[in-house]
Design a binder for this molecule. Sequence first.
Ligand SMILES: NC(=O)c1ccc[n+]([C@@H]2O[C@H](COP(=O)([O-])OP(=O)(O)OC[C@H]3O[C@@H](n4cnc5c(N)ncnc54)[C@H](O)[C@@H]3O)[C@@H](O)[C@H]2O)c1
Length: 251
Amino acid sequence: MKKKIKKKNNRIAIITGSSGLIGNFASQLFLNQNFIVYGLDVKEKKIKSNKFKFKKIDISNFDKTKNFISSLYKKHQQIDLVINNAAVSFKSSYLKRTPKELKDTININLLGVINIINSIAKNHNKKNVCKIINIGSIYGIRSPDFNIYDNINKTNSEIYGASKSGVIQLTKYYATALAKNNIIVNCISPGGLKDIKNQSKKFINSYSKKVPLKRMTELEDLKMAFLYFADKRTLYTTGQNLIIDGGFTIC
Ligand SMILES: NC(=O)c1ccc[n+]([C@@H]2O[C@H](COP(=O)([O-])OP(=O)(O)OC[C@H]3O[C@@H](n4cnc5c(N)ncnc54)[C@H](O)[C@@H]3O)[C@@H](O)[C@H]2O)c1
């Protein structure tokens, strides 16, 4: 008798902010893990893979985002992984903050995450597990030390930190609320990523001196955390915020 060959099913991932530094890294990482990756972003960065599907979408547009997620469920029946990574940050002084900057930060960094998780929860079949990874930040846990920035008016904004604190709290809320739906929600909070194109040597040195492990965060530092939280076998960790910062926030 002929042996039936089982078709290998790809797992399905949604990654918001897929064109940015971390989003692009996560997209490549999960393509290599045999996922079909839907990258959602307002600007396109091409990734050469027929398993990468780009969708130009502003996640602060609630209806468009919700409808897109519903259409993915119609097509695939299941979403295995969601990485809520898209965010904006305005570097100007809080004294110059505009109402639009405030609204954009909250709508994209915080309400966009709520909208996506609610859309997943509405469509998800609890027979399957869905892993959600939110991206927080060290600045959702502590204030920037203004002394290490070259220019006090170019530091992380007050509203960015507040939005990231909110993301960490949302992780706990949804981990609790969605446990019965077989949806596992965790958060990764990276330290400041080294970005030689946009950071001065002086800043990189001052920041690194404050880190017990003496350097800024690299994309590779995030890899194992992504893999751990996304894995189908890690089913007993939920609501956690894993800080990957070389010890920056412990002292
Ligand atoms: N870079 C860091 O040092 C650092 C540190 C801690 C946390 N983080 C967090 O990591 C995540 C990614 O940061 P990054 O450094 O890769 O930033 P990035 O600016 O390189 O990428 C963010 C991406 O989000 C997209 N985006 C912005 N608004 C959007 C919208 N309305 N809809 C859809 N996409 C939108 C942007 O186009 C961009 O491609 C963010 O949540 C950020 O807060 C970054």
